[in-house]
Design a protein around this ligand. Structure first.
Ligand code: NAG
Ligand code: NAG
Ligand code: NAG
Ligand code: NAG
Length: 248
C-alpha cells in the first residue's frame, strides 16, 4: 500500500514537473515508424509513427513546426528503409493529461491544422496510465481485473488500440500518417506504442518496454508501464494471446 501511495505521489510530482516546468521541443531521436499498412483500396499505404512534441524554440516563443515534423517523419522512416510519399495527410494525436496548463501547447497544434486543413487534422487523447502495479494484486484477482479492463481502465487501451488500428487502415484521398506523441515522447507515448506492438506484432511486454526505454533513454514512468502491463494481461487472458506479460 505504502509503495503504491509513494508511486502515486511521484506520478503527481512528475506530472506537475512535466507540464509546468519543462518545455519539450521536437527531437529527431524520439521519432519511429511503428507500422505501415499494405496497399489500401485507394492505392496508398498509410503509416503509424510515434514521436514527441513537434514544436521549436523561436525568438517569439514556442511554435509548432510543420517543416521540422515532416523532416523527422521522413528521415526516421528513411533510416528504417522506408520512403514516405511526397504528399501525405497527418492525423496528429496528442496524448494529454487533461489539465489546463496543457492548453497553450495544445493550441499551437490545433491552430496550425485548423488553418492548414489540407495538411492534416489534430485531436487529443487523455492518457494517464494506471496507479496499480498488476503484480501487486493476487494472481486470481489480477486475471479477473485483466478480463474486465475495458470496464475500468481510464485509458481504455483495448478500445484505443482498435480505434488507432481503424484510423490507420482507413483509406483517405491521400496517404495518411497517423502520428501520436506527448511532450517527451517517453511515458504516455511509450504506453501507447508498447500496447500497439504487443497487440499487433505479438511482442512480449518486456520486449516492448525495452524498446520504449531505448527511445526514451531511461525507464518509463511506473503508471504508464503498469497501464501497458495491464493491457498485456488483457491480451493474454481476454483475447487469449500467447504473450509474456512479466507477471508473477
Ligand atoms: C533530415 O535529412 C536532411 C537531409 O539529409 C537533413 O538536412 C536534415 O537535417 C535531417 N533532419 C533531421 C531532423 O534529422
Ligand atoms: C498554414 O496556414 C497559414 C495561414 O493560412 C499559412 O500562413 C501557412 O503558410 C500555412 N503553412 C503551411 C506549411 O502551408
Ligand atoms: C482519441 O483521438 C481520436 C483522434 O483525434 C478521436 O477520434 C477519439 O475520439 C479520441 N478518443 C478518446 C477516447 O478521446
Ligand atoms: C472487475 O472484476 C473484478 C474482479 O472480479 C470485480 O471485483 C470488479 O467489480 C469488476 N469491475 C468492473 C468495473 O466490472
Amino acid at each position: 500500500m505504502a509503495k503504491n501511495i509513494l508511486f502515486c505521489l511521484l506520478f503527481v510530482l512528475s506530472l506537475t514537473l512535466n507540464v509546468v516546468y519543462c518545455t519539450f521541443y521536437i527531437e529527431y531521436r524520439k521519432f519511429h515508424l511503428i507500422d505501415k499498412t499494405p496497399v489500401l483500396s485507394n492505392g496508398f499505404v498509410n503509416y503509424l509513427f510515434r514521436g514527441n512534441e513537434p514544436t521549436i524554440s523561436t525568438p517569439n516563443g514556442e511554435e509548432f513546426s510543420y517543416e521540422q515534423l515532416v523532416d523527422c517523419l521522413r528521415n526516421s522512416s528513411e533510416s528504417q528503409g522506408i520512403t514516405l510519399p511526397d504528399d501525405f495527410y497527418i492525423i496528429d494525436i496528442k496524448l494529454i493529461y487533461g489539465v489546463s496548463s496543457e492548453i497553450p501547447v495544445i493550441e499551437l497544434e490545433r491552430n496550425f491544422f485548423a488553418a492548414n486543413s489540407s495538411l492534416g487534422e489534430f485531436g487529443t487523447n487523455v492518457t494517464l496510465g494506471d496507479l496499480w502495479d498488476p503484480n501487486f494484486i493476487p494472481k486470481s484477482d489480477r486475471i479477473e481485473w485483466a478480463k474486465n479492463l475495458t470496464e475500468w481502465q481510464k485509458d481504455n487501451l483495448p478500445q484505443r488500440m482498435e480505434d488507432y488500428y481503424n484510423i490507420l487502415n482507413t483509406p483517405l484521398d491521400k496517404p495518411v500518417v497517423l502520428f501520436f506523441h506527448c511532450l517527451c515522447g517517453c511515458d504516455r507515448t511509450g504506453e501507447i506504442a508498447a500496447s500497439y506492438v504487443m497487440r499487433y506484432f505479438g511482442w512480449d511486454f518486456i520486449t516492448a518496454l525495452d524498446w520504449d526505454e531505448k527511445i526514451a533513454g531511461r525507464p518509463i514512468m511506473p503508471n504508464n508501464k503498469w497501464g501497458a502491463q495491464w493491457y498485456c494481461l488483457y491480451l493474454k487472458y481476454s483475447l487469449n494471446m500467447d504473450i509474456d506479460c512479466d507477471d508473477i
